[in-house]
Design a protein around this ligand. Structure first.
Ligand SMILES: Cc1ncc(COP(=O)(O)O)c(C=O)c1O
Length: 387
């Protein structure tokens, strides 16, 4: 059979390959500890499951949804954005429901980019930014995230010619994979840059609610003028342990959302109304559950950081996300170190290169594993390195 050439340029999706390796080991009876994929290990809270059960039983949710979503989801998202970030959202035009942020990130590429266009993509970065851009035949210009810049891209590195050609800029803070957060006027600089060169900004806000040590993540849209240039993607996956539910939304620039709507009316028929109504219910609170999850991840982060220190790795404790981004020991590449710990310690860590070439020299450790397993994973790694 003959297939689309479009797929030839796509790297195999990182976690699909990792899933295969884990399954192979486990089938062989090996007790694998995964610090790999950021898929929360704890269950969706009961109050959300019960609301979904009510919604599934309600016949008003049986029929085709509208791609723009049920009104109450948009209303709840608008009041959440006002309450949490001080951002005004028009629920009719500046809100769009998504079956997870990943779906939206991939599809927005189809709405904005054509073959041969230029996309500005952080390196390292969540793989869908480059993958979605590549899929439509666009060219990816990586923006290197350096530790010395707090893992923020240096927009001055983009040449005048590249900036003029670029149609979209992807950013996301709190950041996956580096766990960096924004603590300065970075978003203001992004808005000025995007206005100057007429670039659409996609801010991936999957981790704003998972922050620690008093840090509160801002919305990109809270910066004056941001709605003129960009949209922000919010996800329920991580703060509410709902990765399997596939729910999220985009807010912001109405032109981008109208184009996304136009595209998606030709692809899917919207998102199950029961999930939308449950998502609205979640946004309307209470939010104590997220406080509990923050406490869980902060504790695990501390366990991991202390365990790493005991093997001589002095990794700073991140203020956000559910990851730690740490340098590999001398003499290893990212891939060699990941392979080593899988083979010698039965621990999965994600090689930094899975997030782009600048991820070389790093691995990402996920906190989605119980405390005792995190400590055991580090002990096993220590033994495997003969430290
Ligand atoms: C930065 C980032 N954006 C988006 C997603 C995907 O979110 P969703 O589950 O809502 O598709 C992830 C998941 O790991 C992520 O890390």
């Amino acid at each position: 059979m003959r297939f689309s050439r479009r797929l030839d340029n796509l790297a195999p999706y990182l976690f699909a390959e990792m899933e295969r390796k884990i399954a192979e080991k486990r089938a062989g009876g090996v007790d694998v500890i995964s610090l790999g994929i950021g898929d929360p290990d704890l269950p969706t809270p009961g109050y959300i499951v019960e609301e979904m059960q009510r919604q599934v039983a309600d016949a008003q949710n049986d029929r085709y949804p509208s791609n723009w979503g049920v009104g109450e989801f948009g209303q709840a998202a608008a009041s959440f954005y006002k309450r949490r970030f001080g951002v005004d959202i028009d629920p009719a035009k500046e809100f769009f429901p998504l079956m997870g942020a990943k779906e939206g990130l991939a599809h927005v590429c189809w709405a904005i980019l054509d073959a041969g266009d230029l996309a500005l993509v952080p390196d390292p970065g969540y793989p869908v930014y480059a993958g979605g851009s590549t899929m439509v035949g666009a060219e990816v210009r990586y923006l290197r995230l350096r530790p010395e810049n707090g893992f923020l891209p240096d927009l001055d590195e983009v040449s005048e010619a590249e900036a003029r050609r670029a149609k979209v800029l992807f950013i996301g803070y709190p950041n996956n994979p580096t766990a960096a957060v924004v603590e300065d006027d970075f978003f203001e600089r992004v808005v000025a840059f995007a206005k100057r060169y007429d670039i659409a900004v996609i801010h991936d806000n999957a981790y704003s609610e998972l922050t620690y040590d008093g840090y509160v993540a801002p919305s990109f849209l809270s910066v004056p003028g941001a709605k003129d240039v960009g949209v922000e993607f919010f996800s329920f996956s991580k703060p509410f342990n709902m990765t399997g539910w596939r729910t999220g939304f985009a807010v912001g620039n109405r032109e981008i959302l109208a184009h996304l709507w136009r595209l998606k009316t030709n692809i899917d028929s919207g998102m199950f109304d029961a999930v939308q109504r449950t998502s609205a219910f979640i946004l309307n609170g209470p939010w104590d559950f997220v406080d509990e999850m923050r406490a869980v991840y902060r504790r695990r982060r501390d366990v991991l950081a202390d365990a790493l220190l005991s093997v001589g790795v002095d990794a700073p404790k991140p203020k956000g996300t559910i990851y730690m981004w740490i340098p590999v020991p001398e003499g290893y590449t990212s891939a060699a170190f990941s392979d080593h710990v899988l083979e010698q310690a039965a621990v999965i860590v994600t090689p930094g290169t899975g997030y782009g070439p600048a991820g070389e020299g790093f691995v990402r450790l996920s906190l989605t594993t119980p405390d005792d397993r995190i400590a055991e994973a580090v002990a096993r790694i220590k033994a495997s390195l003969k430290l």
